[in-house]
Write a protein that binds this ligand. Sequence first.
Ligand SMILES: [Zn+2]
Length: 658
Amino acid sequence: MTHWRVAPAAQLAKGQESAVDTVPLKWAHDAATGAPRYIHDPEVVDKTGTCICPACELALTPVLAGQPMRVRPTAHFRHPAGALRDACVLVAARAAAVRHLAERGFIDLPRRTMSARAQGFSGQDYEVWVEEPAEQVRVSSARMHDHATALLTLDDGRELTVDLTGTREPRADGSGHAVVTIALSDPALAMLDADAIRARLRVLPDMRWCSHWNEQDLVLRSRTAAQRAVSDALDGWGDDDEAEFLSNLPDDMTPAEAQAYRRETLLHREAKAALEAAEAIETPGLEVIVTRHPPEELAGDWDDQTIRKVWLTGRRRLELDDVCLERRLGRIVPDVIATLGGRQIYTHGGTLTRVGDEFDEDAEDGYAPAWPPTLLIEVKVTHGIDDEKLRRIQQLDVPTLEIDLGSLGGRLSREQFRDLVVNQIVGKRWVHHPALAGKRRVLESEIDEHPVCLEWAQRIREFNRPRWLAKPAEHWVSAYLSAATGFHDSSVQIRRAQRTRNPADAPVKVLGPEDVEWQELAAAAEALDAHGLPGGMDREMISDTGLVPRILSIRHNRGIGYAVDSGFQVLNAIMQSGEDNRRWHTLYTIAVKAYGLAQHFSEKQARLYAAWRQLIVERVEAVDETYLRPGTYDATLSALFPEMAARIATGYGLSKKR
Ligand SMILES: [Zn+2]
């Protein structure tokens, strides 16, 4: 038999006492068996047993039992005089309900849901729900624990506390104890007969979980799921990552900077992981744009004649054979070093030319250089490649792709993010590609040869002509020789610096049209041309191995354009020069004679020179065309080097062919 412990009224759910004080007591317990007795049960009507109050255990007297139609008063159990407790009516009804629940043999438990929140680096909140599904469980026994709770023992041995007030708050006490709360506080419950209570038990009103057997597991699962939601949105990471991040965090970082750095670190890492897993990467096309504006001297009519050449290749998917993260290459540590797989790739593109707004020409590449097998990938979030790193990348001369994740913006799932990094070209740009510099040179020289550009040059010559003619040719001869000497001395210094430089340093640039030495030389050459002395900027004349630096070397008995000390050493280089250069040999012998270089020869040098000169004499006499020169530069050279003029004028060594 069940013993009911009666709690003080204060332990009852608040608000019930006043509601039940007019409610008659309809339920009692059989004193002998503990079975619930309704006021109209036959045992009560026949008075075959003694009834007691399930709450206070006092003996009760049935009033009007078996007369359900009577009202005021209605049938009820009466406590002994002065002993009535208001709470007894509900407790009695609940006891009856619990008894019926046990008889029924099962209970339908609702699903248990639980939510958890986590905040991302962006400040966004992520809420997730996890649940244990609803289930029907078999009840093997049910007993009142106190007037407000019952304890169900399930077939599988688990215990379930049923709070009968319907008001208990959920709490995760983590004790592994399950509690549901059912609203059995309605005063009307006390009035219900057995069938009505059974009916109510079939559809348990407002049953909800206060605590589930798997409460701890649910808490853990929901927290994990919230963390995963943050992580999947690329907006946060786990405790291990955070610990590692903090251990590497510079001391002087503000919380706001640290938060930005967290996001950067995370996206950086995700991108690298995506690339490491990828078998190919989509890359944008290569592009070189060269624009030539009309010279300032022509300002006005030509302003809309800007020449623009754009060279493009298509975007392409590069197969990746091998992907390494943050491995040192030379003096840099790229985010990713990939080895390209698949077929050999060529940079095949096309060039579009426009003059002003007009389409001019569209040409496909005739020659497509092969790609190197290595690809570097740099991932940018907020900080791009700095100048120092760029310089080192250029030095390595390896195709280098930058992926700017900062521009991808918005909130992306991991899948979307990986798709962008691997399969799309948004945010990607070529920081460096070996094909670009060569292509730029080609476009520059194509522009030089463009009819519009040639026309400009012609106009500029005409524009400058009065200035060139304002001074005598002798002035420009002197200017030209001085500029040529300066140009070649600078070139020699640059080449020497190239040879002795630390291989890790940036390559030294050779002199070009944008350098002042070049411009002075070109201006003097143009002035000479205006005076009828052409060819001053031709390769044959002015290149490292051209006539002018060689004759200057002989004249001054030192290397000019040659990193040697004496005129003979330059002459020695000339003696070794290839067949193409032999046609100019007679001019060098004329220079040696004209400037008396032989006086500086040692005996051995004199012998070597004599033998070489003898060979030239014989070949000229034999009319060997490889030793005969065109007259192209005779006039200009005679003006530049007047000491040679008389001998040049004899026509010695001149080809008769046209
Ligand atoms: Zn009582």
